[in-house]
Design a protein around this ligand. Structure first.
Ligand SMILES: Nc1nc2c(c(=O)[nH]1)N[C@H]1C(S)=C(S)[C@@H](COP(=O)(O)O)O[C@H]1N2
Ligand SMILES: [Mo]
Length: 390
């Protein structure tokens, strides 16, 4: 698979105006009317999915994923749709007394209350993300899309005055656990690092609102990091400290867990390589098939790192790739829901699959094209679904 360099990213951003022009923001009512099931619409069960498939109930401290078959809304509901992953349980923080410390190589160390944070200019951004461990076995349920509100990280770092040589920004959550590291048990906080250049992107926020509500406990109340276009692990919840340093941050969830081991062509040399889980890889999946009268409709999502898309396509059995329609609401960093009118679906068993193509011509890989991989991260291959039309 081709990789993207920063030059390309800049070009994408310039192109994005033209390519994404058709996906302008519209009111959420319009979005829902296109994706919610109509009165006479019936769900066609997938034969690759148990009919009673259900994820675990949402519990404090537990993992939760959504049943993607029921994705109807562009915005995932906070209460029972947006997935949850928490590695050290769910801390309960007091919004009124919580403080965020900015420390390390800064001229102006800070200790900010939530009131201080809310006084800063508010930025809103639509962003979808998935866990790096999202996969076909759970029908891609570790995913969600929301409208986030918060303050810009870059401006905060500028106010803190990063000193010469401060090249790494470490982010710590308030959740802690014991880890055995080289035979020694030590207490660790959940943490992630961004390089200075990564952290200064202007779309990164410290989010205290999710879909217009205060950030819920499971999603990091009162405040979390949100790095649009990156896998979920980057978005440190229950944020309590931002530390500027001159060495790479190498905590468990940065440098040991959430590392993909795969065999790749590295400039003509085949190597088994370990890579950090960072930007979301180009992916789409079919999530739902419905029938209304004699016509069938296929729905799904795409997710990626924000590179504009050229097309989403659907293939039925051994037929040609056909273009699907991207539904309204899509923004650069949101997931993109798509819909495909399946005309003349014939009775019998069928295999259906989707693929997404970005403006650089990168095509979502088939499972065979994926690099050989030994780790459960980054499952972005094309996902074939099966069903029976009666
Ligand atoms: N403090 C903290 N932040 C965290 C985590 C965590 O365990 N602790 N889990 C990460 C992982 S692995 C994912 S996938 C996302 C999930 O975010 P969500 O629960 O809001 O969907 O949060 C990330 N941020
Ligand atoms: Mo994750």
């Amino acid at each position: 698979m081709s990789e993207q360099d920063p030059e390309n990213k800049r070009r994408d951003f310039l192109k994005s105006g033209a390519v994404m022009g058709g996906f302008a923001m519209t009111g959420s009512a319009a979005i829902i009317s296109q994706t919610a099931m109509a009165q006479d619409e019936v769900l066609i069960p997938f034969t690759d999915m148990p009919p009673d498939f259900a994820g675990p109930p949402k519990t404090a401290g537990g993992v939760f994923f959504q049943n993607t078959q029921f994705i109807e809304d562009f915005y995932s509901r906070n209460e029972d749709q947006f997935y949850v992953v928490q590695h050290y349980g769910q801390p309960e923080l007091n919004t009124n007394t919580h403080r965020i410390q900015v420390s390390g190589m800064v001229d102006n160390p800070m200790s900010l209350s939530m009131a201080d944070i809310r006084r800063r200019p508010k930025v809103e951004i639509v962003a979808g993300f998935e866990c790096g461990g999202n996969q076909q076995g759970i029908y891609q349920g570790l995913i969600g899309n929301a409208l986030w509100g918060g303050c810009r990280l870059r401006d905060l770092l500028q106010d803190a005055g990063i000193q010469y040589g401060g090249t790494e920004i470490a982010f710590y959550g308030a959740d802690r656990g014991m880890e055995t590291i080289r035979d020694t048990e030590v207490e660790q906080s959940f943490g992630r690092g961004l390089s200075f250049n990564e952290a200064m992107q202007d779309d990164i926020i410290l989010a205290y609102e999710m879909n217009g509500e205060p950030l819920p406990g499971a999603h990091g109340s009162p405040i979390r990091l949100l790095v649009p276009g990156w896998y979920g692990v980057t978005n440190v919840k229950w944020l309590e400290q931002i530390h500027v340093q001159d060495r790479r941050f190498s905590g468990r969830f940065q440098a040991r867990d959430y590392v993909t081991l795969s065999r790749r062509d590295i400039g003509g040399v085949e190597r088994w390589e370990e890579r950090l889980v960072t930007k979301i890889r180009l992916k789409s999946a079919i999530t739902r098939v419905t029938r209304s009268g004699n016509s069938h409709n296929i729905m799904g999502f795409t997710i990626n790192d924000g590179t504009p898309l050229r097309a989403v396509e659907v293939k039925i059995d051994n037929g040609p790739w056909q273009r699907a329609e991207i539904l309204p609401g899509a923004t650069r960093y949101s997931w993109k829901l798509f819909s495909f009118a399946w005309d003349n679906a014939t009775p019998g068993d069928h295999e259906i699959v989707s693929r997404v193509i970005d403006v650089n011509g990168q095509i979502q890989a088939t499972p065979e094209e994926l690099p050989e991989k030994i780790s459960r991260w980054e499952n972005y291959g094309q996902f074939t679904r099966t069903l029976t039309i009666t």
